[in-house]
Write a protein that binds this ligand. Structure first.
Ligand SMILES: *[C@@H]1O[C@H](CO)[C@@H](O)[C@H](O)[C@H]1NC(C)=O
Ligand SMILES: *[C@@H]1O[C@H](CO)[C@@H](O)[C@H](O)[C@H]1NC(C)=O
Ligand SMILES: *[C@@H]1O[C@H](CO)[C@@H](O)[C@H](O)[C@H]1NC(C)=O
Length: 176
């Protein structure tokens, strides 16, 4: 908790703009083991100039999946993308039993809680979707809930099942 507060202060001291905006610049999903899972789709959709979203669907071939971990690394572009503030590994199955027990993970979980069918306890015995993670949801969370400094970001997620990385998802965006 102490480390979290220090990070929060670092973020706030970096902060220039209160009302920042997020633009998605790229979204990449890669299945490393296509016997285990594969992406049916993974794209950025621009509905109009102000409303854009990320959507992804992954098919799971070895259900039920009972042990899942997720590593989330945040990168910010300085001179190439460099690790920035967050690098956490979450035991998804334990976390889902008691989401509020970990405030930092809960902060990230709230991005997808309302738009993904992963929002329940293990096991996962169905295809997983992220249905419309919009720039509005992200704007709200990175400007109002916990402000981030402006810049180019990349969020890299390693989805790990039974201690093997099965998929890598990268989200790129600019906060201005
Ligand atoms: C963009 O699309 C969203 C969702 O359909 C809509 O709510 C919004 O009014 C649109 N904005 C503009 C500027 O057309
Ligand atoms: C996060 O930590 C893991 C394990 O310590 C390491 O392998 C990985 O490279 C780190 N990622 C970032 C973004 O720092
Ligand atoms: C879980 O996600 C679904 C959409 O996939 C949504 O309808 C539902 O409200 C979400 N549940 C919670 C607890 O957020």
């Amino acid at each position: 908790m102490y480390a979290f507060i220090v990070r929060l202060l670092v973020v706030i001291s970096f902060m220039k703009l209160i009302s920042a905006r997020v633009e998605f610049t790229n979204f990449k999903c890669k299945a490393l083991d296509q016997e285990f899972c594969n992406f049916e789709h993974c794209y950025i959709k621009a509905v109009n100039r102000s409303y854009k979203y990320l959507t992804a669907k992954v098919n799971l071939y070895k259900v039920p999946v009972t042990r899942v971990k997720l590593n989330i690394g945040l990168y910010k572009r300085f001179n190439g993308y460099k690790p920035f503030l967050y690098n956490l590994t979450v035991n998804v199955c334990s976390f889902m039993k008691n989401p509020k027990s970990n405030p930092v993970t809960f902060y990230f979980y709230e991005f997808i809680k309302g738009i993904s069918n992963m929002n329940h306890t293990c096991p996962y015995d169905h295809d997983l979707v992220w249905d419309k993670l919009s720039n509005e949801i992200i704007n709200h969370r990175v400007t109002k809930v916990l402000p981030f400094p402006e810049g180019d970001y990349m969020v890299e997620m390693h989805w790990i099942a039974y201690d093997i990385t099965r998929a890598v998802v990268k989200m790129y965006g600019t906060l201005s």
